[in-house]
Design a protein. Structure first.
Length: 324
């Protein structure tokens, strides 16, 4: 009996030895991948096939909400400059190779959430010069700033696609023409505007128009068991019909972005219940194949924010933060 056990042990050891070369190669390949680090905040790209990551731009100043223009040449984003208060938020641009940094706004207001026009000659953004956040436009070089729309509430979460702009107002999704005319409420969420235990009222947020301009994906705060809010993604036609649920997870999730092909959605899961994640997820545009694509070699103190696709859908650009 002992002899049989010894033979079995030797057999298992031989199998392990035979496999160890392959396992070692796989492990070594994974171990060679690291996340580049310079300052606390950075703009990164992640190759979806190879899981290789590159640091494009790094700063000690907080970066928020990147968007890429239609010609795949420039980022627009918000950055805190000169302080940590909200009035230090400014709109900036950067080439996707990390060159040609430009600060477009320079004032003591909140300037945030830029979104490119479809032809990349303008951008819309949010500013807070008076009583509420309102929607403004400017040329791509920061000139010709104009107020586009003021709903009387805080306007937020803007996105410009085709000839339409979608946005959040009064905890629901709205849409208007790109010239600011004919605003119309698209969603009517249950318990709209009611406060619970979460950091926002119940309602709909963070709309994104599909590349063909026919549908809107948005986040609905449906539960407040987590202080971060329990959200699900829904999709709706721009005429307000066909509202369809895409997720039923209730994660603290948002910042969706369509692939250029229109068949995938990338987004950030910030927390599951009270467990912090800040991971990058992808799902099909019908809600299927929902999965975490954050590479295993990303360290726990590296948080992902605000992900978007490249125009060939092969790369994810995102904001990374090193938690201190």
């Amino acid at each position: 009996m002992k002899k049989q056990i010894l033979i079995l042990v030797i057999f298992v050891m031989l199998i392990c030895t035979g496999l160890s070369g392959c396992l070692q190669d796989q492990t070594s390949k994974s171990d060679t991948k690291t996340v580049p680090k310079e300052e606390r905040w950075g703009i990164y790209n992640l190759n979806l096939d190879t899981e290789d990551i590159n640091l494009i731009y790094s700063s000690e100043n907080e970066i928020e909400g990147i968007k890429i223009d239609s010609i795949n040449e420039n980022f627009a984003f918000c950055q805190k400059i000169g302080g940590e208060d909200n009035e230090h938020r400014e709109v900036c641009t950067l080439k996707i190779d990390g060159s040609n940094y430009n600060r477009l706004t320079n004032n003591t207001l909140w300037d945030l959430y830029p979104t490119w026009s479809p032809d990349s000659t303008q951008m819309a953004f949010l500013s807070f010069p008076e009583d509420n956040l309102d929607i403004y436009t400017m040329d791509a070089d920061g000139s010709n700033i104009k107020k586009l729309f003021d709903s009387g509430f805080h306007d937020a979460d803007i996105h410009w696609e085709t000839d339409k702009i979608v946005f959040t107002s009064n905890s629901s999704i709205w849409m208007m023409n790109e010239d600011g005319t004919e605003p119309i409420q698209i969603t009517h969420p249950p318990k709209q505007g009611q406060w619970g235990n979460a950091n926002l009222p119940f309602g709909d947020y963070d709309p994104r128009l599909s590349p063909d301009g026919q549908q809107i994906i948005f986040s609905r705060l449906e539960n407040d068991s987590s202080v971060h809010g329990n959200y699900n993604f829904l999709i709706i036609n721009i005429d307000g019909t066909g509202e369809t649920r895409l997720t039923n997870t209730g994660y603290s999730q948002g910042r969706t972005s369509w692939s250029y092909s229109g068949d995938k959605i990338v987004f950030i899961v910030a927390a599951i219940d009270d467990l912090g994640k800040y991971d990058i997820y992808i799902m099909n545009s019908d809600g299927t194949n929902n999965r975490d694509i954050t590479p295993d070699y990303f360290p726990n103190d590296f948080l992902c924010h605000s992900a978007v696709f490249s125009n060939d859908d092969s790369v994810i650009y995102f904001i990374g933060e090193w938690w201190e």
